[in-house]
Ligand binder design. Sequence first.
Ligand code: GRF
Length: 216
Amino acid sequence: MIQITQPGMLRLGVLASGRGSNFDAICAAIDRGDLQAKIEVLISDKADAAALEKASNRGIFARFIDPKAFADRECYESEIITTLRQAGAELVVLAGYMRLVGRVMLQNYRWRILNIHPALLPSFTGLHAQKQAVEYGVRFSGCTVHIVDEGMDTGPIIQQAVVPVYQYDDEDGLATRILEQEHKLYWQSLQLFAQGRVYLDGHKVIIQEKNKEEMA
Ligand code: GRF
């Protein structure tokens, strides 16, 4: 079994392409003292991502890295890796990052890249997961925090939260209720890493129980 992080203050690098509500929720958990972590850098592939401004406003180093400025994905990802390493990030948090992660990032941060997906994986991978769930007619959906691997939304699952799907739900209504759960689940999963409790056994994540002193 591999222990992914040792207990201690987590040093995070966040990648976001859009509005950054998950980024906000993670920052809020840090501010409240619920998550022992520091966000060292926020990187975006979109110049106009709201997440960039949100990070700057919080005094977090924020950098737009334009994929179009690089010859290929490997060069682009090498620049991301350089930025993450210089900032001292030990764990990478994808928070609405709308690109597939490639070989360079996976090799440099093996088992140390996390994502949140708005469905109960392995169901409804890829884009528009909430719409897929509504159209399929499932009774429950939710969200999943997982480790990123080579596939699309296929990596080892850390935690999931279940959200009921109502008969007359539409994509937006379901997405709103799932997002509320995302905003709790992501930082809670990150706190497991800060406590050094996350182990990988093949494709399975084992969360070590808290010991007695920690429970007191
Ligand atoms: C969330 O629904 C998340 O599950 C998905 O992308 C969306 C990001 O939203 N991966 P935000 O930018 O964090 O508000």
